[in-house]
Design a binder for this molecule. Structure first.
Ligand code: ADP
Ligand code: MG
Length: 632
């Protein structure tokens, strides 16, 4: 029998190989973007039409190719990235198989323009279904541009297999984001059907993540940094309270390459043990750097799975460094609303020179009068439940000032006689369990307050009752207080026994140093201001040590969003941001004293009716309203 085995022609072999490398337009995107990264580009532009079915174009300003290389690059196993088998163990590039361009050219119409810096002229080349159609000398800028049109034109079955544009474009965005996240120092642009979807200037990793996933992401991130002999881990995990029901944003990068790993995911989940609500998943952006010879990337054609030498050690290091970060940023306790506040006092200040917060109450001040003078009304501080509940943080203007009664107090007029009527109302209040009022209560707490669902404070007033949103009310109180401190420059400060060192990136530090003066006015004392960290030796009286880093992080995030243009709006933004950050949250139980202070401080504000974010802080309900409801 004659011999029947033949070598497949290259274009057939390429087409078969293409099946492995190119599943959909997004695969082309990934390969081209990675080639541009490998070419040392600092700017990469991705242009897509009809989810890549019509066009995928990648333009870079990388090193380009010589005339010879521009033809060779389409050959199978043609690569400039490795020469010897050993090179596989010291990979510093994304590509190394030399398959991508050959595969893509086998199943699409490809147009390439490329020029190296030192060359006067570049190359313009067209190849369709592995066949060279034309090659010309061309005037083109430095770098390379690949246009891939009519993907799968010669494999109709594959083309029909593609999903809707929405789905295919989602895959493209996924690939784009992964490459962009791994290379924050490169400027990336994505244009789809003529509109710019992403424009990501070169920045740091945190900024890149925020630029991709939106401004609010910044406040969710907790940095993770750990360096050991076998791995260095950098990146961010999301605070547990931002965990989502779906898997959401979960990324591992190993040596700047996006990878999937169920095993490492498990390590992350283990670090969050006890911190997540059932069925929720944290977001994470973790960058692992390992010696190239300790991994094998070769096991998967699209290289999203890799094998590590020492998986067990990696698991343990990853888990403990994330646990450490979550602990360090005091993320865990924030979840626990029921905690005993009295345990929070960080240091014993006894015998130390600490300035007590001062209270200035203008009992003649009438916030409801139209011509109310504009001046800071009160500097009483209301500690959030996370802060120390030592009595020094609570100080309220007296509720009943017999001599000169502020107009708002008239809300309460006449209650003394009506108080017994409300004793039958069974408000939910943790503090009052037995008889609602004994004689002493009636005597002392005519304006009794009740907390409902750890969210609202209800109090009877002359005309009926007032219902206060505790979070918004506290935001208003803190906002006015911080604003007054910043503008009048009299914020009291508490000295820290152990100064805090806080690390920031350059752009963050630039923002903080811009705000330095305003922050000092609120009570911050900065012992050092360096190029990558600051040392804080004093805090505003109503800020605890554990809140500082989150507070500054949120502040940075808010300011990055707004870019205040005048010093007034900067003070305003700072006061707003600090108020939002520090205000007691919904779900926090308040003691009677705290409720009372809250009510007093709110009504001592210039604008008690709205939060700094223009939401109502309280509503009133008259007896008539109630009567009407009962008349139904
Ligand atoms: P690999 O990336 O595995 O080497 P590819 O088929 O993706 O294989 O690319 C083949 C070769 O073409 C690369 O090794 C590189 O030398 C060259 N090349 C591809 N894209 C670019 C580009 N954007 N700029 C410069 N050279 C490129
Ligand atoms: Mg490649």
């Amino acid at each position: 029998m004659s011999s029947i085995i033949q070598l497949l022609p290259d274009h057939v072999a390429n087409q078969i190989a293409a099946g492995e490398v190119v599943q959909r337009p997004a695969s082309v995107v990934k390969e081209l973007l990675e080639n541009s990264v490998d070419a040392g580009a600092t700017e990469i532009k991705l242009i897509v039409k009809d989810a890549g079915k019509t066009l995928v174009q990648v333009i870079d300003n990388g090193k380009g190719m010589s005339v010879t290389d521009s033809r060779l690059c389409f050959e199978r196993h043609a690569t400039s990235k490795i020469r010897h088998a050993e090179d596989l163990f010291s990979l510093g590039t994304k590509g190394f198989r030399g398959e991508a361009l050959a595969s893509i050219a086998a199943i699409a119409h490809v147009e390439m323009k490329t020029k190296q810096e030192q060359d006067e002229l570049g190359t313009h080349l067209i190849i369709e279904g592995s066949k060279f159609v034309s090659q010309d000398v061309a005037v083109v800028p430095k770098g390379t541009s690949f246009s891939i049109k009519n993907l799968f034109f010669n494999i109709p079955a594959r083309r029909n297999f593609l999903k809707s544009d929405t789905v295919e474009f989602r895959h493209i965005v996924d690939e784009f984001e992964r490459v962009a996240m791994a290379h924050a120092n490169i400027h990336f642009v994505l244009i789809h059907n003529g509109s710019e979807m992403f424009n990501l200037p070169a920045s740091n990793t945190r900024q890149r993540i925020v630029n991709i996933f939106g401004g609010r992401t910044n406040e969710k991130l907790v940095p993770v940094n750990e360096t050991t002999e076998i791995v260095s881990i950098n990146g961010f995990v999301c605070k547990p309270e931002f965990a989502k029901k779906n898997r959401g944003e979960q990324f591992f990068f190993v040596n700047d390459r996006f990878i999937k790993s169920g095993y490492l995911h498990h390590a992350v989940m283990a670090a969050y043990e006890g911190l997540l609500k059932d069925g929720t998943q944290p977001g994470y952006f973790l960058y692992l750097d390992v010696p190239p010879n300790s991994i094998d990337i070769n096991i998967h054609p699209t290289k999203t799975e890799i094998k590590f030498d020492d998986e067990h050690a990696l698991y343990a290091i990853l888990r403990s460094s994330i646990k450490h970060s979550l602990g360090q940023f005091n993320v865990a306790p924030v979840l626990d609303f029921e905690r005993d506040n009295t345990l929070d006092t960080p240091y014993d200040y006894e015998g130390k020179d600490v300035s007590m917060p001062t209270i200035q109450v203008d009992s003649t001040f009438n916030p409801f009068a139209d011509d109310a003078p504009v001046k800071p009304s009160s500097s009483s501080s209301f500690g959030s439940s996370r802060s120390s509940s030592s009595s020094s943080s609570y100080s309220s203007p007296s509720f009943r000032k017999a001599d000169k009664m502020p107009a708002w107090e008239s809300l309460y007029n006449g209650l003394d006689t009506a108080s017994d009527e409300i004793t039958e109302v069974n408000f939910e209040s943790e503090e009052v369990t037995g008889s609602l009022f004994n004689d002493e209560d009636v005597e002392q707490a005519v304006y009794k307050t009740y907390q409902i669902h750890k969210k609202y404070i209800v109090s009877p007033i002359k005309s009926g009752m007032v219902i206060i949103d505790q979070k918004r009310a506290h935001q208003r109180i803190l906002y006015e207080q911080f604003l007054a401190n910043i503008t009048v420059q009299h914020g009291s400060s508490q000295q820290l026994l152990f100064p805090l060192t806080l690390h920031f990136n350059k752009s963050e530090l630039a923002i903080i140093s811009e705000m330095k003066e305003a922050l000092q006015n609120t009570g911050f004392v900065f012992a050092e201001f360096n190029s990558d960290h600051i040392v804080v030796s004093g805090l505003p009286v109503n800020v605890t040590e554990s809140e500082v880093s989150i507070l500054l992080e949120e502040l940075l995030n808010d300011l990055q969003q707004e870019v205040p243009d005048s010093s007034f709006s900067q003070s305003d933004s700072i006061a707003k941001s600090m108020a939002r950050s520090l205000a007691v949250k919904t779900g926090v139980q308040l003691s009677d004293k705290e409720q009372e202070t809250m009510v007093n401080s709110l009504f001592a504000c210039k604008e008690p009716g709205v939060s700094p974010f223009n939401k109502p802080t309280f509503i009133t309900m008259s007896v008539e309203d109630l009567d009407k409801r009962f008349a139904l």
